[in-house]
Design a protein around this ligand. Sequence first.
Ligand SMILES: *Cc1c(COP(=O)(O)O)cnc(C)c1O
Length: 643
Amino acid sequence: MSDSKWSVEDAEATYHVSKWGNGYFGIGEDGCLTVNPNGKEATQSFAIKEVIEEMKTMGVQFPTVIRFHDILRSQVKHINKVFRDVIEEADYEGRFLGVYPVKVNQMREVVEEIVDAGAKFDYGLEAGSKPELLSVLAYNNNKNSLTVLNGYKDEEYLRLAMIGRKLKRKVVVVIEKFSELKPLVEISRQMGVEPMIGIRAKMTVKGRGKWESSSGDRAKFGLTTAEILRAIQFLRAEGLDHCIKLFHFHIGSQITDIRSIKEAIQEGGRIYAKLHQMNVPIEYFDVGGGLGVDYDGSKTTNESSTNYSIVEYVSDIVYGLKQICDIEAVPHPNIVTESGRAITAHHSCLVTNVVGEIDNTAETLDTKRTTGEHILVTNMRDLEENIDQLSSLQEAYNDAIQIKDDVNNGFKLGVITLEERAKSETLYWRVLKKINDKLDDQEFVPEDLQGLDELLSAQYLCNFSVFQSAADSWAIDQLLPICPISRLDEKPTKNASLVDITCDSDGKIDKFIDLEGERKTIPIHKLKSDEPYYLGIFLTGAYQDVMGDMHNLFGRLNEVHVYSHEEDPKKFYIEEVIKGSSAELVLSTMQYNPQFMAFTVKKAIDKEVVRGSINPREGVRLIDFYEDCLAGYTYLKTSDNKK
Ligand SMILES: *Cc1c(COP(=O)(O)O)cnc(C)c1O
């Protein structure tokens, strides 16, 4: 049902899809959200709703993570292509050799896809812990690409890294702490290989924003300039200073302001040049991560945005470094980035079904006058009926609040009945709604009335857990774009905030993107009783996908992996479905024994059967049901969600 006064352009102005979509997401003429997984140049777009329909026929329950693998590939290609183009244009003499930091999304399929798409660019991997190192040793076997190892290291870590050297791979151990050098030298000697050593510098430049403590004087990682000099001395004495191959810094994730990048290149570039002049033959200049994602589409220095494009980012690095190297008369080093967020954020989204609405203001209680009703109820009704005769909306509001307070006090004193209180509450919300409707025509909205819209907004109950699927939205107020999957050709007539199904009041989303900052509610459609309503939470591929916790024992989500396919009538196919956590799985991680639990419940039921209070067939059904639920998905099963 489309609205003649509402167009998909209005939907774009409401949800800003093309602004955060980065060429991958758009709105179709039929009001369906579309995805174009091969990026701007390609034209194989299809509706996400189609993917959902197919998922339903396969019995995949919501909530579900959808991964568009082609988006991952496109992003890997894009960053490599931009670097190649800028390097050529600038006559820069080094190469670009990016690495993907697996911590941003360690899913095997994600890592495999990135390695595969990056193979022809010699795109490598970065690890920051022992388990990550174990995975990159197994998954990066390209001898021309880098494996960069950050994070604190013990002897096992260093020994594993030297296995990579034995396999003739370019495994660089980045020294985060001076004390890591001595064991590295000893272990590499024992194993008979030369290490490739990276030096991480503590920079004075700060990234600004939520991750700015990654650099500066109190940063956790990296060597001060004095420590760098001591490291060189130490390695010289060991005859290994020629093993210092890489210079590294990382000033924080989601750098919102391009100035921070320029400054970091200035500072880092000079350190590199001075080290080179001391005959330290550094070949790689590693600028770390930080390339930001424009989550809110505002192109600003908002914490969830960036004021630069990837082309500007790359240009600032290449041209900035070239200039310093030329002035200092040192060779142009190969450039390494460790971009994770920018590579993975767009490729996955979460689809949740709205399972209900919580609206305290929508009661339709009969409020007709009854004989002998309390005068306060009559007053509230008169206020509602005669609101236009009052001199101002503020006055109407003041009266409503006053009467409501009096009613509540009267109720506590026993002079107002429960029915009267219910009537006056219902009338009260009607008064507030009338006031709010009239505010649209007002030039000046008094302060008291500014919060009315939010007060009157509904809460949509969505089948997901914020803690599992949007951890940063809860932990650090990160904004993520949210948009209905269809009905975008229809005017959204409500404003709502979203609440999840955990029993935690923090389990909600009440900050939404808005080009002028952020808003507390999202414009949304009225729910229909005969039609499921799906919302997508987008750009969840970086960090959100893998950081979730087990609050309320809602475990990992179902996942579908989607590939685009030109020849397919639907333009895509679902390559794989990965089942999310079952109840028994999450219970076992908390040391429960599901088999024993089923046994215990069965024994209790059997006892009642023996006593005759449960019929034997019913007893069997009850225990079967208990076991099915143990084996089933942890999230809500709703009518559109049944197998
Ligand atoms: C987290 C991290 C990255 C990834 O940063 P993004 O901003 O996601 O690109 C890169 N390098 C290091 C050392 C990191 O700790």
